[in-house]
Structures are given as structure tokens and as C-alpha cells.
Design a protein around this ligand. Structure first.
Ligand SMILES: *Cc1c(COP(=O)(O)O)cnc(C)c1O
Length: 227
């Protein structure tokens, strides 16, 4: 049986190989373990194997895990759609939110983030193709939302995120990633700590790395199929 530690080792090897193959700097791509629908024990196993960043989509499930795991030092990333009535718990319990697509949500998160805490790191989610989830701003609207977020006191704007529609092969996967990377490069000089291009999942992370991803979000490839 392959263990979570084996999966992480193999994934890290591939990640490093792709960094070399696509002429990316060493350690320029971070690995976020997406632990939704997986147990606290699985998270502990991944943490022992060196993972320090975990992504969750469902608030109540995430809060249970965060409380359970309060003794280990990890960074929690909220990567699912954010409902307005959930922003307070997210602002209080997470270090990152990847899925901001409305100013209203950003404002609430900033208002509800404890000013004495570190700023909440956020990415703007961009919608890249018709078929994908309803979440995300159109690519042409990303800049305006970034500008507004930049002005909020308790958020730190870190970059862009997308979940493109599934494509069968690397060449077609790369098209959407390239569009996001282009917008990321254009906006990067405008903001002080804009250093995160959150794109790539278990089935398309090679294409994402090839196009400049700095953070891949991997669930199945680490933890196996979700229940
Ligand atoms: C579930 C999820 C992932 C991980 O997907 P896998 O295909 O299991 O790697 C990544 N990003 C987001 C936003 C997700 O919801």
C-alpha cells in the first residue's frame, strides 16, 4: 500500500523535475495539500512528511480539523467559495483565502480580521472558461478588484488563483494557465507582496508549472480519492 508519505515524496520529486524541465528556479513552486474530505490522521501524516500548508473548502469541516490540530503549526488556506455569513470564522481561523471574487467578501474579511493578528493573505480568483465553477471574476475585472483589496487594512493581497475546466492533455491545459500567468505578470509590479500564482491540481500541475505557477493545490495526488 502506498502511504501519504510515499505520495508526497514522489510528488516532490516530480515537482523538482518539472521545475528543472521548464526552467523554473529551484523551490519556486510551493505544494499546498488539499485535505478536504480527508481525516485529521491523514493531515498529521502529511505534516510529518514535511507539509506545512493545507487547503480546505468546507468551513465547518475545516473548523473541526483546525481545532483538533491546534497543537501543530500549520498554515490553513481556505480555497472554496466564500459565503458572506462565513467570513468571520474564516477571518479568525485561516492564514490564507484563495477564492476572493467579490469586494463585499474582501471587505468583510478585512473588517473581521483581528488587527493585531498578521494580515490575512488573499488571492483573487479568476474565471478562465465558461464550463468552470461559477466562482471567479472575469480576467478583465481582476485588476479593479486587486486595487480595492490593496486598500483594505487587514488583508495582504498575494496573487491570483484559478480552477480552469478539465482538459485532456497538457497542451490544452496550458492555454488557460498561460492566460492567467500573463495577467499575473502584468499586475505583479503594481503590488508590494504579489508573489502567488495559485494554479494546478493533481491532473494538471505539470502544465501549471510549465506556465509559471508558484503554488499547486494537490488533493488526490497526496491523500488518494476522496470519500
Ligand atoms: C479539491 C480542490 C483541489 C484539489 O483537487 P485534486 O484534483 O484532488 O488535486 C484543488 N483546488 C481546489 C480549489 C479544490 O477545490
Amino acid at each position: 500500500m502506498t502511504t501519504i508519505a510515499d505520495n508526497i515524496e514522489r510528488l516532490s520529486d516530480r515537482l523538482q523535475r518539472f521545475e528543472r524541465q521548464y526552467e523554473r528556479s529551484a523551490a519556486s513552486v510551493k505544494l499546498l495539500a488539499v485535505s478536504k474530505r480527508h481525516s485529521v490522521e491523514s493531515i498529521i501524516a502529511a505534516n510529518k512528511a514535511g507539509i506545512e500548508d493545507f487547503g480546505e473548502n468546507y468551513l465547518q469541516e475545516a473548523l473541526d480539523k483546525i481545532q483538533h490540530l491546534s497543537s501543530i503549526r500549520v498554515n490553513w488556506h481556505f480555497i472554496g467559495p466564500v459565503q458572506a455569513n462565513k467570513t468571520k470564522a474564516i477571518a479568525e481561523n485561516f492564514q490564507w483565502v484563495h477564492s476572493i471574487d467579490r469586494l463585499k467578501i474582501a471587505r468583510r474579511l478585512s473588517d473581521q480580521r483581528e488587527p493585531s493578528a498578521a494580515k490575512l493573505n488573499v488571492c483573487v480568483q479568476v474565471k478562465l472558461s465558461q464550463e468552470t465553477s461559477k466562482s471567479g471574476v472575469e480576467i478583465g475585472e481582476a485588476e479593479a478588484l486587486c486595487d480595492s483589496i490593496q486598500a483594505l487594512p487587514n488583508l495582504q493581497l498575494r496573487g491570483l488563483m484559478a480552477i480552469p475546466a478539465a482538459e485532456p492533455d497538457s497542451d490544452s491545459q496550458r492555454i488557460a494557465f498561460r492566460a492567467l500567468a500573463k495577467e499575473y505578470s502584468r499586475l505583479k509590479p503594481c503590488y508590494a507582496q504579489f508573489d502567488t500564482l495559485s494554479m494546478g491540481m493533481s491532473n494538471d500541475f505539470e502544465a501549471a508549472i510549465a506556465e509559471g505557477s508558484t503554488l499547486i493545490r494537490i488533493g488526490t495526488g497526496i491523500f488518494g480519492p476522496r470519500s
